[in-house]
Design a protein around this ligand. Structure first.
Ligand code: GLC
Ligand code: CA
Length: 544
Protein backbone atom coordinates (compact mmCIF):
# COMPACT_ATOMS: atom_id res chain seq x y z
CA UNK A 1 0.00 0.00 0.00
CA UNK A 2 2.83 2.37 0.87
CA UNK A 3 4.22 2.01 -2.62
CA UNK A 4 0.92 2.85 -4.20
CA UNK A 5 0.44 5.90 -2.04
CA UNK A 6 3.91 7.17 -2.64
CA UNK A 7 2.92 7.74 -6.22
CA UNK A 8 0.04 10.05 -5.28
CA UNK A 9 0.86 13.21 -7.13
CA UNK A 10 0.51 16.56 -5.49
CA UNK A 11 -0.59 18.17 -8.74
CA UNK A 12 -4.17 18.09 -7.55
CA UNK A 13 -3.36 20.43 -4.69
CA UNK A 14 -5.60 23.42 -4.42
CA UNK A 15 -4.06 26.19 -6.43
CA UNK A 16 -3.49 29.72 -5.19
CA UNK A 17 -6.00 31.29 -7.51
CA UNK A 18 -9.14 33.39 -7.26
CA UNK A 19 -11.85 31.28 -5.67
CA UNK A 20 -15.37 30.69 -6.69
CA UNK A 21 -17.49 32.39 -4.08
CA UNK A 22 -19.16 29.04 -3.36
CA UNK A 23 -16.12 27.52 -1.68
CA UNK A 24 -13.48 29.85 -0.38
CA UNK A 25 -10.04 28.32 0.16
CA UNK A 26 -10.09 28.50 3.94
CA UNK A 27 -13.12 26.25 4.45
CA UNK A 28 -11.07 23.07 4.08
CA UNK A 29 -7.53 24.45 4.26
CA UNK A 30 -4.73 22.72 6.11
CA UNK A 31 -2.84 25.42 7.97
CA UNK A 32 0.62 24.87 9.39
CA UNK A 33 1.40 26.80 12.57
CA UNK A 34 4.94 28.18 12.59
CA UNK A 35 6.33 29.02 16.02
CA UNK A 36 8.70 31.54 14.45
CA UNK A 37 11.26 31.60 17.25
CA UNK A 38 11.71 27.85 16.99
CA UNK A 39 11.27 27.05 13.33
CA UNK A 40 14.56 27.88 11.59
CA UNK A 41 17.36 30.28 12.43
CA UNK A 42 18.61 32.11 9.34
CA UNK A 43 21.40 34.25 10.80
CA UNK A 44 22.91 31.95 13.41
CA UNK A 45 21.96 33.69 16.67
CA UNK A 46 20.02 30.71 18.00
CA UNK A 47 16.61 32.33 17.40
CA UNK A 48 14.29 31.35 14.57
CA UNK A 49 13.58 34.20 12.14
CA UNK A 50 11.87 35.18 8.88
CA UNK A 51 14.94 34.44 6.72
CA UNK A 52 15.11 30.94 8.22
CA UNK A 53 11.42 30.34 7.60
CA UNK A 54 11.71 31.67 4.06
CA UNK A 55 14.48 29.21 3.31
CA UNK A 56 12.31 26.36 4.58
CA UNK A 57 9.20 27.19 2.55
CA UNK A 58 10.01 24.40 0.05
CA UNK A 59 9.65 21.95 2.96
CA UNK A 60 6.13 23.18 3.67
CA UNK A 61 5.32 22.98 0.00
CA UNK A 62 6.66 19.41 -0.14
CA UNK A 63 4.60 18.54 2.93
CA UNK A 64 1.48 19.75 1.13
CA UNK A 65 -0.13 22.31 3.43
CA UNK A 66 -2.19 25.21 2.07
CA UNK A 67 -1.19 28.04 4.37
CA UNK A 68 0.94 28.97 7.33
CA UNK A 69 0.10 30.93 10.45
CA UNK A 70 3.08 32.64 12.04
CA UNK A 71 3.08 33.25 15.80
CA UNK A 72 3.71 36.93 16.71
CA UNK A 73 6.61 38.49 14.82
CA UNK A 74 6.26 41.99 16.31
CA UNK A 75 8.59 43.99 18.53
CA UNK A 76 7.77 42.76 22.00
CA UNK A 77 8.67 43.16 25.64
CA UNK A 78 9.55 39.45 25.57
CA UNK A 79 7.45 38.59 28.61
CA UNK A 80 5.13 36.07 26.91
CA UNK A 81 6.74 34.62 23.79
CA UNK A 82 5.86 37.67 21.68
CA UNK A 83 2.24 37.96 22.88
CA UNK A 84 3.18 41.25 24.55
CA UNK A 85 3.47 43.56 21.56
CA UNK A 86 5.05 46.99 21.71
CA UNK A 87 4.61 47.94 18.04
CA UNK A 88 1.88 46.33 15.93
CA UNK A 89 3.08 47.64 12.60
CA UNK A 90 6.68 46.48 12.65
CA UNK A 91 8.83 43.34 12.83
CA UNK A 92 11.02 42.55 15.81
CA UNK A 93 14.65 43.03 14.70
CA UNK A 94 15.35 39.54 16.09
CA UNK A 95 13.16 38.19 13.29
CA UNK A 96 14.06 40.57 10.46
CA UNK A 97 12.18 43.57 9.10
CA UNK A 98 9.04 44.39 7.17
CA UNK A 99 10.75 43.78 3.84
CA UNK A 100 11.68 40.25 5.00
CA UNK A 101 8.04 39.64 5.76
CA UNK A 102 7.01 40.94 2.35
CA UNK A 103 9.60 38.71 0.69
CA UNK A 104 8.31 35.74 2.68
CA UNK A 105 4.73 36.40 1.58
CA UNK A 106 5.85 36.67 -2.03
CA UNK A 107 7.92 33.48 -1.98
CA UNK A 108 5.09 31.65 -0.25
CA UNK A 109 2.62 32.85 -2.84
CA UNK A 110 4.87 31.57 -5.64
CA UNK A 111 4.66 28.12 -4.00
CA UNK A 112 0.90 28.32 -3.57
CA UNK A 113 1.11 28.94 0.19
CA UNK A 114 -0.83 31.65 1.99
CA UNK A 115 0.47 33.47 5.05
CA UNK A 116 -1.60 34.32 8.13
CA UNK A 117 -0.23 36.54 10.89
CA UNK A 118 -1.13 36.56 14.57
CA UNK A 119 -2.82 39.66 15.96
CA UNK A 120 -3.21 40.34 19.68
CA UNK A 121 -6.03 42.80 20.44
CA UNK A 122 -6.83 41.98 24.09
CA UNK A 123 -3.66 43.49 25.53
CA UNK A 124 -0.44 45.26 24.60
CA UNK A 125 3.01 45.08 26.11
CA UNK A 126 3.70 47.31 29.08
CA UNK A 127 6.49 48.66 26.82
CA UNK A 128 3.93 49.89 24.26
CA UNK A 129 4.11 53.71 23.92
CA UNK A 130 0.45 53.97 24.96
CA UNK A 131 1.03 52.22 28.27
CA UNK A 132 4.20 54.21 28.89
CA UNK A 133 2.26 57.44 28.32
CA UNK A 134 -0.53 56.16 30.58
CA UNK A 135 1.94 55.46 33.37
CA UNK A 136 3.46 58.91 33.02
CA UNK A 137 0.13 60.75 33.10
CA UNK A 138 -3.12 59.35 34.56
CA UNK A 139 -5.08 62.02 32.67
CA UNK A 140 -3.55 61.29 29.26
CA UNK A 141 -5.77 60.02 26.42
CA UNK A 142 -3.62 56.85 26.46
CA UNK A 143 -4.63 56.10 30.06
CA UNK A 144 -8.26 55.84 28.92
CA UNK A 145 -7.21 53.00 26.57
CA UNK A 146 -6.43 50.66 29.49
CA UNK A 147 -8.24 49.66 32.68
CA UNK A 148 -6.91 51.72 35.59
CA UNK A 149 -8.48 51.98 39.04
CA UNK A 150 -7.64 54.49 41.75
CA UNK A 151 -5.11 53.66 44.45
CA UNK A 152 -6.71 51.66 47.26
CA UNK A 153 -5.76 48.89 49.64
CA UNK A 154 -7.50 46.13 47.75
CA UNK A 155 -7.71 45.48 44.00
CA UNK A 156 -11.06 46.47 42.43
CA UNK A 157 -12.39 42.89 42.22
CA UNK A 158 -11.60 39.18 42.48
CA UNK A 159 -10.40 38.64 38.91
CA UNK A 160 -7.45 36.31 38.47
CA UNK A 161 -4.71 36.25 35.86
CA UNK A 162 -4.83 33.15 33.64
CA UNK A 163 -1.12 32.81 34.32
CA UNK A 164 -1.62 32.78 38.11
CA UNK A 165 -2.04 35.45 40.79
CA UNK A 166 -4.39 38.44 40.79
CA UNK A 167 -5.33 40.14 37.51
CA UNK A 168 -4.51 43.54 38.98
CA UNK A 169 -1.08 45.04 39.62
CA UNK A 170 -0.05 48.43 40.90
CA UNK A 171 1.61 51.23 38.97
CA UNK A 172 4.54 53.02 40.62
CA UNK A 173 2.10 55.79 41.69
CA UNK A 174 -0.17 53.26 43.41
CA UNK A 175 -3.01 52.90 40.85
CA UNK A 176 -4.26 49.47 39.85
CA UNK A 177 -4.23 48.26 36.26
CA UNK A 178 -5.82 45.14 34.78
CA UNK A 179 -3.93 42.28 33.14
CA UNK A 180 -5.76 39.01 32.55
CA UNK A 181 -2.40 37.49 31.55
CA UNK A 182 1.06 38.60 32.78
CA UNK A 183 1.55 42.01 34.47
CA UNK A 184 3.60 42.96 31.37
CA UNK A 185 0.39 42.53 29.29
CA UNK A 186 -2.02 45.31 30.34
CA UNK A 187 -5.56 44.76 29.01
CA UNK A 188 -6.88 47.31 26.54
CA UNK A 189 -10.14 49.16 27.13
CA UNK A 190 -12.16 48.43 23.99
CA UNK A 191 -14.82 50.95 25.04
CA UNK A 192 -12.36 53.65 23.92
CA UNK A 193 -12.83 54.19 20.16
CA UNK A 194 -9.14 55.00 19.66
CA UNK A 195 -8.35 51.34 20.35
CA UNK A 196 -10.63 50.02 17.62
CA UNK A 197 -9.33 52.60 15.15
CA UNK A 198 -5.73 51.68 15.75
CA UNK A 199 -6.36 47.97 15.24
CA UNK A 200 -8.07 48.62 11.93
CA UNK A 201 -4.95 50.47 10.84
CA UNK A 202 -2.89 47.46 11.88
CA UNK A 203 -5.07 45.03 9.92
CA UNK A 204 -4.82 47.14 6.79
CA UNK A 205 -1.09 47.66 7.23
CA UNK A 206 -0.47 43.91 6.90
CA UNK A 207 -3.29 43.14 4.45
CA UNK A 208 -1.78 45.78 2.16
CA UNK A 209 1.42 43.73 2.29
CA UNK A 210 -0.31 40.67 0.90
CA UNK A 211 -1.02 38.53 3.94
CA UNK A 212 -4.09 36.30 3.71
CA UNK A 213 -5.47 37.12 7.14
CA UNK A 214 -4.96 36.69 10.85
CA UNK A 215 -5.20 34.34 13.75
CA UNK A 216 -6.88 36.45 16.43
CA UNK A 217 -5.48 35.99 19.91
CA UNK A 218 -7.94 35.79 22.83
CA UNK A 219 -10.86 36.62 20.54
CA UNK A 220 -13.29 35.83 23.40
CA UNK A 221 -11.74 38.66 25.44
CA UNK A 222 -11.39 42.39 24.68
CA UNK A 223 -14.51 43.63 26.52
CA UNK A 224 -14.99 43.13 30.27
CA UNK A 225 -18.02 43.65 32.47
CA UNK A 226 -18.65 47.42 32.43
CA UNK A 227 -19.06 47.54 36.23
CA UNK A 228 -16.06 45.28 36.92
CA UNK A 229 -18.21 42.96 39.03
CA UNK A 230 -16.65 39.97 40.77
CA UNK A 231 -16.51 36.70 38.87
CA UNK A 232 -18.83 34.08 40.37
CA UNK A 233 -16.14 31.38 40.40
CA UNK A 234 -12.59 30.40 39.58
CA UNK A 235 -11.34 29.06 36.26
CA UNK A 236 -10.07 25.52 36.32
CA UNK A 237 -7.60 24.42 33.62
CA UNK A 238 -9.30 21.00 33.66
CA UNK A 239 -12.39 22.50 32.02
CA UNK A 240 -12.72 22.61 28.24
CA UNK A 241 -12.73 26.41 28.41
CA UNK A 242 -14.27 29.33 30.26
CA UNK A 243 -17.90 29.28 31.28
CA UNK A 244 -20.32 31.10 33.56
CA UNK A 245 -17.83 31.00 36.44
CA UNK A 246 -15.80 33.63 34.54
CA UNK A 247 -18.77 35.53 33.17
CA UNK A 248 -17.42 39.00 33.95
CA UNK A 249 -14.08 38.76 32.18
CA UNK A 250 -14.83 36.87 28.95
CA UNK A 251 -17.37 36.53 26.18
CA UNK A 252 -19.10 39.90 26.55
CA UNK A 253 -21.75 40.51 23.87
CA UNK A 254 -20.04 43.71 22.63
CA UNK A 255 -17.06 41.78 21.29
CA UNK A 256 -19.13 40.43 18.41
CA UNK A 257 -19.41 43.96 16.99
CA UNK A 258 -15.62 44.11 16.75
CA UNK A 259 -15.57 40.91 14.68
CA UNK A 260 -18.30 42.26 12.41
CA UNK A 261 -16.17 45.33 11.82
CA UNK A 262 -13.00 43.28 11.19
CA UNK A 263 -14.90 41.02 8.84
CA UNK A 264 -15.93 44.03 6.78
CA UNK A 265 -12.29 45.16 6.62
CA UNK A 266 -11.28 41.70 5.37
CA UNK A 267 -14.09 41.74 2.85
CA UNK A 268 -12.24 44.56 1.10
CA UNK A 269 -9.31 42.18 0.51
CA UNK A 270 -10.21 39.15 -1.62
CA UNK A 271 -9.57 35.68 -0.20
CA UNK A 272 -8.52 36.81 3.27
CA UNK A 273 -9.73 35.29 6.51
CA UNK A 274 -9.77 35.53 10.30
CA UNK A 275 -9.51 32.61 12.71
CA UNK A 276 -10.26 33.27 16.35
CA UNK A 277 -8.92 31.74 19.51
CA UNK A 278 -12.13 31.29 21.48
CA UNK A 279 -11.48 29.33 24.68
CA UNK A 280 -15.04 28.83 25.84
CA UNK A 281 -16.43 25.60 27.26
CA UNK A 282 -19.66 25.61 25.28
CA UNK A 283 -19.17 24.79 21.57
CA UNK A 284 -22.38 26.65 20.70
CA UNK A 285 -20.94 29.82 22.21
CA UNK A 286 -17.69 29.33 20.28
CA UNK A 287 -19.55 28.88 17.01
CA UNK A 288 -21.35 32.20 17.51
CA UNK A 289 -18.01 33.88 16.85
CA UNK A 290 -18.15 32.46 13.33
CA UNK A 291 -21.58 33.59 12.27
CA UNK A 292 -21.58 34.61 8.59
CA UNK A 293 -20.63 38.24 9.26
CA UNK A 294 -18.02 37.57 11.98
CA UNK A 295 -14.74 35.60 12.12
CA UNK A 296 -14.45 33.14 9.24
CA UNK A 297 -13.31 30.44 11.67
CA UNK A 298 -12.89 29.80 15.38
CA UNK A 299 -10.61 27.08 16.67
CA UNK A 300 -12.20 23.95 18.03
CA UNK A 301 -9.99 22.89 20.94
CA UNK A 302 -12.07 19.99 22.20
CA UNK A 303 -9.84 17.28 20.70
CA UNK A 304 -6.74 19.11 21.91
CA UNK A 305 -8.15 18.90 25.41
CA UNK A 306 -9.54 15.35 25.22
CA UNK A 307 -7.73 12.35 26.56
CA UNK A 308 -7.37 9.21 24.43
CA UNK A 309 -10.95 8.04 24.64
CA UNK A 310 -13.36 7.17 21.85
CA UNK A 311 -16.22 8.54 23.90
CA UNK A 312 -14.53 11.86 24.43
CA UNK A 313 -13.37 12.16 20.81
CA UNK A 314 -16.80 11.17 19.47
CA UNK A 315 -18.40 13.77 21.66
CA UNK A 316 -15.83 16.39 20.64
CA UNK A 317 -16.31 15.77 16.92
CA UNK A 318 -20.08 15.57 17.11
CA UNK A 319 -20.58 18.64 19.27
CA UNK A 320 -18.28 20.78 17.11
CA UNK A 321 -19.93 19.65 13.86
CA UNK A 322 -23.38 20.36 15.31
CA UNK A 323 -22.48 23.76 16.72
CA UNK A 324 -20.64 25.08 13.67
CA UNK A 325 -23.16 23.51 11.33
CA UNK A 326 -25.84 25.74 12.86
CA UNK A 327 -23.97 28.90 11.85
CA UNK A 328 -22.79 27.54 8.50
CA UNK A 329 -19.09 27.77 9.38
CA UNK A 330 -16.50 25.01 8.93
CA UNK A 331 -14.95 23.52 12.05
CA UNK A 332 -11.27 24.37 12.54
CA UNK A 333 -9.74 21.27 14.10
CA UNK A 334 -6.71 21.58 16.35
CA UNK A 335 -4.68 18.74 17.86
CA UNK A 336 -1.65 20.70 18.97
CA UNK A 337 -0.40 24.23 19.45
CA UNK A 338 2.19 26.30 21.30
CA UNK A 339 0.10 26.35 24.49
CA UNK A 340 -0.41 22.62 25.11
CA UNK A 341 1.79 19.60 25.71
CA UNK A 342 2.83 17.80 22.53
CA UNK A 343 0.26 15.21 21.46
CA UNK A 344 2.61 12.21 21.49
CA UNK A 345 3.19 12.90 25.18
CA UNK A 346 -0.45 13.76 25.94
CA UNK A 347 -1.51 10.45 24.43
CA UNK A 348 0.79 8.41 26.64
CA UNK A 349 4.30 8.96 25.25
CA UNK A 350 6.69 6.42 23.71
CA UNK A 351 5.49 3.99 21.08
CA UNK A 352 1.91 4.10 22.29
CA UNK A 353 1.82 7.90 22.21
CA UNK A 354 3.39 7.84 18.77
CA UNK A 355 0.86 5.34 17.40
CA UNK A 356 -2.03 7.32 18.86
CA UNK A 357 -0.73 10.60 17.46
CA UNK A 358 -0.59 9.00 14.01
CA UNK A 359 -4.12 7.74 14.34
CA UNK A 360 -5.33 11.09 15.65
CA UNK A 361 -3.73 12.82 12.67
CA UNK A 362 -5.71 10.66 10.26
CA UNK A 363 -8.89 11.31 12.18
CA UNK A 364 -8.48 15.09 12.17
CA UNK A 365 -7.41 15.25 8.54
CA UNK A 366 -10.49 13.27 7.52
CA UNK A 367 -12.97 15.59 9.19
CA UNK A 368 -14.90 18.21 7.25
CA UNK A 369 -13.46 21.65 7.88
CA UNK A 370 -9.99 23.07 8.13
CA UNK A 371 -7.15 21.52 10.10
CA UNK A 372 -4.30 23.20 11.92
CA UNK A 373 -0.96 21.38 12.27
CA UNK A 374 1.49 22.65 14.87
CA UNK A 375 5.09 22.70 13.62
CA UNK A 376 6.89 19.60 14.84
CA UNK A 377 3.76 17.50 15.26
CA UNK A 378 4.36 16.17 11.74
CA UNK A 379 7.67 14.85 13.13
CA UNK A 380 6.05 13.29 16.18
CA UNK A 381 8.07 15.46 18.56
CA UNK A 382 7.37 14.64 22.19
CA UNK A 383 7.09 17.25 24.93
CA UNK A 384 10.71 18.22 25.70
CA UNK A 385 11.79 18.43 29.28
CA UNK A 386 13.27 21.89 29.68
CA UNK A 387 15.38 22.46 32.80
CA UNK A 388 13.87 25.06 35.13
CA UNK A 389 16.84 27.42 34.72
CA UNK A 390 16.27 27.50 30.94
CA UNK A 391 12.53 28.12 31.13
CA UNK A 392 10.98 31.28 29.72
CA UNK A 393 7.23 30.82 30.13
CA UNK A 394 5.61 33.25 32.59
CA UNK A 395 3.16 30.50 33.60
CA UNK A 396 6.03 28.60 35.24
CA UNK A 397 7.23 31.67 37.13
CA UNK A 398 3.85 33.07 38.13
CA UNK A 399 2.68 29.73 39.48
CA UNK A 400 5.81 29.49 41.60
CA UNK A 401 6.88 26.44 39.59
CA UNK A 402 3.63 24.59 40.28
CA UNK A 403 2.69 24.56 36.59
CA UNK A 404 5.56 23.42 34.36
CA UNK A 405 4.65 25.89 31.63
CA UNK A 406 4.66 25.72 27.85
CA UNK A 407 8.38 25.74 27.00
CA UNK A 408 8.44 21.99 26.38
CA UNK A 409 6.27 22.31 23.25
CA UNK A 410 8.25 25.33 21.96
CA UNK A 411 11.70 23.77 21.61
CA UNK A 412 13.33 24.37 18.18
CA UNK A 413 12.78 22.04 15.24
CA UNK A 414 15.32 19.32 14.41
CA UNK A 415 16.19 19.59 10.72
CA UNK A 416 19.13 17.20 10.45
CA UNK A 417 21.07 14.70 12.52
CA UNK A 418 24.10 16.88 13.26
CA UNK A 419 24.80 17.88 16.89
CA UNK A 420 22.95 21.22 16.54
CA UNK A 421 20.15 19.42 14.62
CA UNK A 422 20.48 22.02 11.87
CA UNK A 423 18.34 24.64 13.60
CA UNK A 424 21.03 27.31 13.17
CA UNK A 425 23.18 27.52 10.04
CA UNK A 426 26.51 26.87 11.72
CA UNK A 427 25.07 24.48 14.22
CA UNK A 428 27.17 26.08 16.95
CA UNK A 429 24.80 28.82 18.14
CA UNK A 430 23.08 28.12 21.43
CA UNK A 431 19.38 27.74 20.64
CA UNK A 432 17.09 29.98 22.69
CA UNK A 433 15.67 26.85 24.37
CA UNK A 434 17.87 23.76 24.77
CA UNK A 435 17.19 20.98 22.27
CA UNK A 436 17.40 17.44 23.71
CA UNK A 437 20.34 15.53 22.21
CA UNK A 438 18.13 12.57 21.32
CA UNK A 439 15.99 14.76 19.06
CA UNK A 440 18.34 13.95 16.19
CA UNK A 441 16.23 10.86 15.68
CA UNK A 442 13.23 13.04 14.82
CA UNK A 443 15.16 15.14 12.29
CA UNK A 444 13.42 16.02 9.04
CA UNK A 445 16.41 14.68 7.07
CA UNK A 446 16.02 11.25 8.69
CA UNK A 447 12.28 11.10 8.34
CA UNK A 448 12.29 12.06 4.68
CA UNK A 449 14.45 8.97 4.06
CA UNK A 450 12.19 6.67 6.09
CA UNK A 451 9.04 5.75 4.27
CA UNK A 452 7.34 4.63 7.50
CA UNK A 453 8.00 7.89 9.36
CA UNK A 454 5.39 10.17 10.91
CA UNK A 455 6.44 12.81 8.39
CA UNK A 456 5.62 10.59 5.43
CA UNK A 457 2.29 9.69 7.01
CA UNK A 458 1.36 13.38 7.20
CA UNK A 459 2.54 13.99 3.66
CA UNK A 460 0.55 11.06 2.29
CA UNK A 461 -2.51 12.04 4.27
CA UNK A 462 -2.37 15.56 2.86
CA UNK A 463 -1.92 14.27 -0.67
CA UNK A 464 -4.84 11.83 -0.38
CA UNK A 465 -6.98 14.52 1.26
CA UNK A 466 -6.29 16.90 -1.59
CA UNK A 467 -7.45 14.32 -4.11
CA UNK A 468 -10.54 12.98 -2.39
CA UNK A 469 -13.57 15.25 -2.17
CA UNK A 470 -14.94 13.53 0.96
CA UNK A 471 -11.82 14.26 3.02
CA UNK A 472 -12.00 17.73 4.54
CA UNK A 473 -15.42 18.61 3.22
CA UNK A 474 -18.88 17.22 2.80
CA UNK A 475 -21.28 15.79 5.34
CA UNK A 476 -20.04 13.65 8.20
CA UNK A 477 -21.74 11.23 10.55
CA UNK A 478 -20.08 10.06 13.74
CA UNK A 479 -20.65 6.67 15.31
CA UNK A 480 -19.01 4.76 18.13
CA UNK A 481 -19.04 1.13 19.13
CA UNK A 482 -17.13 0.71 22.35
CA UNK A 483 -13.63 2.00 21.73
CA UNK A 484 -14.00 2.21 17.97
CA UNK A 485 -14.85 5.57 16.50
CA UNK A 486 -16.03 5.89 12.91
CA UNK A 487 -16.54 9.07 10.96
CA UNK A 488 -18.14 8.66 7.57
CA UNK A 489 -17.81 11.64 5.26
CA UNK A 490 -19.58 12.05 1.97
CA UNK A 491 -19.08 14.57 -0.80
CA UNK A 492 -19.91 14.53 -4.50
CA UNK A 493 -21.52 11.12 -4.04
CA UNK A 494 -18.33 9.52 -2.71
CA UNK A 495 -17.80 8.40 0.87
CA UNK A 496 -14.79 7.74 3.04
CA UNK A 497 -14.84 6.14 6.44
CA UNK A 498 -12.18 6.96 8.98
CA UNK A 499 -12.16 4.19 11.58
CA UNK A 500 -10.06 4.65 14.72
CA UNK A 501 -9.45 1.90 17.23
CA UNK A 502 -8.93 3.72 20.50
CA UNK A 503 -9.07 0.57 22.62
CA UNK A 504 -6.42 -1.91 23.67
CA UNK A 505 -7.18 -4.85 21.37
CA UNK A 506 -7.24 -5.49 17.67
CA UNK A 507 -10.74 -5.27 16.21
CA UNK A 508 -12.19 -6.59 13.01
CA UNK A 509 -13.66 -3.87 10.84
CA UNK A 510 -16.11 -4.76 8.14
CA UNK A 511 -15.12 -3.02 4.95
CA UNK A 512 -16.59 -2.76 1.56
CA UNK A 513 -14.07 -0.59 -0.10
CA UNK A 514 -10.47 0.32 -0.63
CA UNK A 515 -7.99 1.22 2.05
CA UNK A 516 -6.69 4.64 1.13
CA UNK A 517 -4.31 5.01 4.01
CA UNK A 518 -3.62 3.55 7.42
CA UNK A 519 -1.72 5.03 10.34
CA UNK A 520 0.35 1.89 10.87
CA UNK A 521 1.81 -0.60 8.40
CA UNK A 522 0.39 -3.69 10.12
CA UNK A 523 -3.21 -3.08 9.05
CA UNK A 524 -4.12 -6.06 6.95
CA UNK A 525 -7.12 -7.43 5.17
CA UNK A 526 -8.21 -10.67 6.78
CA UNK A 527 -10.75 -11.40 4.09
CA UNK A 528 -12.28 -9.56 1.22
CA UNK A 529 -14.77 -7.82 3.46
CA UNK A 530 -13.02 -7.19 6.73
CA UNK A 531 -9.72 -5.99 8.06
CA UNK A 532 -7.89 -6.28 11.36
CA UNK A 533 -7.35 -2.91 12.95
CA UNK A 534 -4.77 -3.00 15.76
CA UNK A 535 -5.08 -0.91 18.92
CA UNK A 536 -4.24 2.79 18.48
CA UNK A 537 -4.59 2.68 14.72
CA UNK A 538 -6.73 4.51 12.20
CA UNK A 539 -7.60 3.74 8.64
CA UNK A 540 -9.24 5.58 5.74
CA UNK A 541 -11.50 3.41 3.64
CA UNK A 542 -13.06 4.64 0.42
CA UNK A 543 -16.44 3.00 -0.06
CA UNK A 544 -17.04 1.28 -3.36
C1 GLC B 1 -3.15 33.04 23.73
C2 GLC B 1 -1.86 32.55 23.17
C3 GLC B 1 -0.89 32.33 24.32
C4 GLC B 1 -0.69 33.64 25.03
C5 GLC B 1 -2.02 34.25 25.46
C6 GLC B 1 -1.86 35.68 25.88
O1 GLC B 1 -3.77 32.10 24.53
O2 GLC B 1 -2.05 31.39 22.42
O3 GLC B 1 0.32 31.80 23.88
O4 GLC B 1 0.11 33.44 26.16
O5 GLC B 1 -2.95 34.25 24.42
O6 GLC B 1 -1.64 36.49 24.77
CA1 CA C 1 18.08 34.17 14.04
Amino acid sequence: MAARLATVRSSARRQFAPEQAASPWWRDAVVYQVYLRSFADGNGDGIGDLAGLRARLPYLNWLGVDALWINPHYPSGGADGGYDISDYRAVDPEYGDVSDLEALVEDARALGLRVLLDVVPNHTSDQHPWFQAALADPDSPEAARYHFAPASEEPPNNWRSLFGGPAWSRTPDGRWYLHLFAPEQPDLNWRDPAVAEDFERTLRFWLDRGVSGFRVDVAYGLFKDADLRDNPGAYSPTLFGHGPEQAMTWNQPEVHDVWRRWRSVCDEYPDTMLVGEVCLADPEEIALYSRPDELHQSFSFRLLKSGWSAESFADGVRSALDAFGKVGAPVSWVLGNHDKDRQVTRFGGGEVGDARARAAALLTLSLPGSAYIYAGDELGLPQASVPDEAKKDPIFFRSGGERSGRDGCRVPMPWNATPGVGFSPRGSARPWLPIPAEWRRYAVSRQTRDDSSMLHLYRRALAVRAEHPALGSGEATVSRRGDVLTVRSTAEGRSVRCVVNMGEHTVLVRTAGTVLLSSAPQVSHTSGRSLALPANTAVWIAED
